[in-house]
Design a binder for this molecule. Structure first.
Ligand SMILES: [Fe+2]
Length: 429
């Protein structure tokens, strides 16, 4: 067909679509297989690998890394390259899972640190490799990247590349990290895949179902690899479990809930949540954000009716609503969806905005089917890979944007200004 023919056909197709009010369908990318990130040839058994950091309290950072053979758990750090004015010691741990023996998992908390400052650091006195990170700001504004159900495929790489171009302060991950799914070397591969980002900015994560890895009779404990490799600051927030915790950063209090920890009113998590919400001072942290894995609101046909969604919502929605939580991020469903402010399935100006962002790019692919017709409370829904950006500008205003990984390009697909429930006096109690 000649050029003119193509133009005519294109005009006909576009005209047809316009005539009947339909949008030409977006070509959904297919799932991709796991990629396995190897050690590089220059690395030896003492090379720090899988380096990632997480925030501890307001002015400390946990540095986690793995070596294949025993090395000291020491981090040297300072504010100029190769000039390490401070040093800290930590602990080393390893775990066994079936026939797999983990490497030496090192865990060192450094600080006190100055806000909004670049620090340079090295692990285990390996002077050849220097890492750096930037601490979070002490006050608003702050920019979060948000991405769930990451996995480790080409789509994951694309998501991470887009996030790396954001000038973000912290990554929030609502569960389902590596998709190792019992095969432990994939946890190591995931650690290597995310290291370039996770060694530079704090990654604050909560668990998903793929982290459980319990096998009846063979491995009786859940979350063995997750808890060993992704130690979050639960002790500092008065929690008894790495599966639920909270922290405050700039002017935002973030509550990381555990969809796969007990959540009934007699559970430790429920009591902890009640106590944690009771301590929130909106004068210091005007924004209140909660993160879960299994969404409480979801109009995708995937993952409907699961106890972690239905029962957890039944028990905890009231606590979250009464505390005037501004936003709840979830994962699990491999698609993007944003709801209006909701309480008990109905629009409610004092309820949280619910956002499902389980579209990081894992090997299972996208959840393409939606309940029809779209419920009134669902504002925007699309089954595409991507990530979100939550930029809290000041005590009252935040910009949420969702970016679709369209043909490897970053496309802003949904964008909304959110106002804190603080400024809505009708929501004050
Ligand atoms: Fe999940």
């Amino acid at each position: 067909m000649g050029k003119e023919g193509l133009v005519l056909v294109s005009m006909f197709v576009l005209g047809f679509a316009g005539l009947f009010g339909c949008v030409l369908s977006y070509d959904r990318p297919p799932p991709q297989r796991n990629i396995y990130v190897q050690l590089s040839e220059d690395d030896d058994s003492t090379t720090p690998q899988q380096v990632h950091i997480s925030m501890v309290g307001s002015d400390r950072m946990r540095i986690s890394w793995i070596t294949d053979s025993p090395t000291p758990a020491i981090v040297d750090y300072g504010t100029s390259p190769k000039a390490y004015t401070n040093s800290a010691n930590g602990t080393t741990y390893s775990y066994r899972y079936l026939t797999y023996n983990s490497g030496q998992i090192h865990d060192v908390v450094i600080g006190p640190l100055t806000p909004n400052t670049v620090y340079y650091y090295r692990c285990s006195s390996n002077s050849a490799q220097e890492f750096s990170f930037k601490t979070t700001p002490a006050k608003l504004p702050i920019k979060f990247a948000v991405s769930g159900d990451l996995g480790q495929t080409g789509w994951t790489k694309s998501t991470l590349e887009h996030i790396s171009k954001l000038d973000h302060d912290m990554l929030l991950l609502p569960g389902d990290l590596s998709y190792a799914d019992f095969y432990q070397p994939l946890w190591d591969s995931f650690g290597r895949l995310v290291q370039p980002l996770a060694s530079q900015r704090p990654w604050m994560v909560t668990q998903g179902n793929h982290e459980k890895e319990k096998i009846p009779l063979l491995h009786g404990r859940s979350f063995t690899a997750y808890n060993a490799r992704w130690h979050m600051p639960f002790e500092e927030s008065g929690s008894t479990s790495n599966l639920f915790y909270s922290f405050s950063v700039a002017g935002v209090h973030v509550i990381m809930l555990g969809s796969y920890a007990d959540f009934d009113p007699n559970s430790e998590q429920y009591k902890w949540l009640q106590a944690d919400l009771g301590k929130v001072d909106r004068a210091k942290t005007p924004w209140l954000v909660a993160i879960i894995h299994s969404p409480w609101y979801n109009s995708n046909t995937a993952h409907q009716g699961e106890a972690e969604s239905v029962d957890m919502k039944k028990y905890m929605e009231d606590l979250i609503y009464q505390a005037r939580v501004d936003v709840v991020f979830a994962g699990h469903v491999h698609a993007y969806e944003r709801f209006t402010r909701v309480y008990q399935d109905k629009p409610n100006n004092c309820g949280p905005v619910y956002i499902n962002i389980g579209d990081g790019g894992n090997r299972e692919g996208l959840a393409n089917d939606y309940i029809d017709p779209k419920p009134e409370i669902s504002v925007f829904r699309e089954a595409s890979f991507g990530h979100g950006q939550f930029e809290v500008m000041n005590a009252t205003h935040a910009l949420w944007t969702w970016h679709r990984n369209d043909n490897d390009e970053k496309v802003t697909s949904d964008s909304i200004w959110l106002t804190s429930l603080l400024i809505n006096s009708s929501c004050h109690k």
